[in-house]
Write a protein that binds this ligand. Structure first.
Ligand SMILES: *Cc1c(COP(=O)(O)O)cnc(C)c1O
Length: 358
């Protein structure tokens, strides 16, 4: 039997989520964020399923090249912007939009002799203090961009939220106020909302929303899953049982004997581990589905394998299906046990996992 570990990508769920997101922000255009290989779901696969999006957001020019090579003609926005003059020729050749987050980039554009006009998104730092032009400098930077024949006349004003997962929170209120003050002096469309802001900050929807995680059915709002917002999980991570053993009371299971059997019990071994991207540091008790029923993982997760407590499943046998996350076991639950967010888990699936579309 070949290794049974696979990630099934539910294309219908991706399309359903785009429809749900559009309904939540009916006056906005949608930039589908597909950075990090479509949050681990597969860049081309996701973009082809989401062709109804108005644009795609990527973090690397190489991703934009892949999308164009796949035949996608939508707008593509390089969210982290370009780094060097050579990138500009590529942006022109691929007709890719770029974010401008630093005055040094304006200088590079001023030195660009000619070619098609590049569409620019002016990123304003309204409080996240990662990428962005200071609010007081935005108008001057915009004026320099407007003066250039190699920059398209329509400049989108944008900003990014640090804490939009906290609905009603003061930090996001302050960022919104700051953005509205700056954008009042700038003509052109506006864009602020990541997934959490699409779901919980309607006053931030503006002209373009930029959902990523929500498209894949994931929520980063603490204590919630995508399903709470009508979204559907786009990935099922699964494998099979490759052994079922009887282990005696008092015997340890796995590395360092981190789990000791409290009684004679059946222990299943599933063909998945941290070498596939499942988080190694989750504790005994983390739920896994065997034949669709929850059982606890026991002991340490190994590179290729994990052990499962099959006391609740006397009939489980080799070959039975195992799911690590998916529509019936939200990745957000596993992520919260692992001390992270679902995005990190789906982004961490490794190359040896077989991807299947359904
Ligand atoms: C990643 C990213 C998004 C999408 O964030 P989600 O939480 O996945 O919706 C939106 N805008 C920018 C600038 C980003 O970098």
């Amino acid at each position: 039997m070949s290794r049974p570990t696979s990630a099934t990508i539910h294309l219908d769920a991706l399309r359903h989520n785009l429809t749900t997101i559009r309904a939540a922000a009916p006056s906005s255009r949608v930039m589908a964020v597909v950075k990090a290989d479509g949050y681990g779901h597969g860049l081309e696969r996701v973009a082809l399923a989401l062709q109804a999006a108005d644009a795609f957001g990527v973090a690397a020019l190489a991703d934009a090249e892949r999308l164009r090579a796949a035949g996608l003609s939508q707008r593509i926005v390089l969210l982290s912007g370009f780094d060097e003059p050579a990138d500009l020729t590529l942006l022109q050749a691929l007709a890719v939009d770029t974010v401008i987050h630093h005055p040094d980039q304006v200088a590079m554009l001023e030195a660009l002799p000619s070619g098609p006009a590049i569409r620019c998104w002016l990123k304003i730092d309204t409080g996240m203090h990662r990428l962005g032009i200071a609010p007081g400098e935005a108008a001057a930077v915009a004026a320099r961009l407007h003066a250039l024949p190699t920059v398209a006349p329509e400049l989108v004003s944008m900003s990014h939220f640090a804490s939009s997962d906290e609905f009603g929170g003061a930090a996001t209120m302050a960022q919104l106020d700051c953005f509205n003050d700056v954008a009042a002096q700038l003509p052109g469309p506006r864009s602020l909302a990541n997934s959490a802001a699409v779901l919980g900050w309607p006053q931030a929807h503006a002209d373009w929303i930029r959902p990523g995680g929500a498209l894949y059915g994931m929520s980063v709002v603490p204590g919630t899953t995508g399903a709470d917002f009508g979204l559907r999980a786009a990935m099922t991570l699964s494998t099979r049982l490759i052994a079922v053993n009887r282990v005696k009371a008092g015997e340890p299971v796995g590395y360092s004997g981190a789990f000791v059997c409290p009684e004679d019990m059946r222990v299943g071994v599933a063909a998945i581990g941290y070498g596939d991207g499942y988080p190694r540091h989750v504790p005994s008790g983390t739920p896994v589905l065997v034949n669709g029923q929850g059982v606890p993982l026991i002991g340490r997760v190994s590179m290729d394998l994990m052990s499962l407590d099959l006391r609740s499943q006397p009939n489980a046998q080799v070959g039975d299906p195992v799911q690590l996350w998916g529509p019936h076991l939200p990745v957000e639950h596993i992520a919260s046990i692992a001390g992270t967010i679902g995005y990190e888990l789906t982004c961490s699936i490794t190359r040896r996992v077989r991807f299947i579309e359904d």
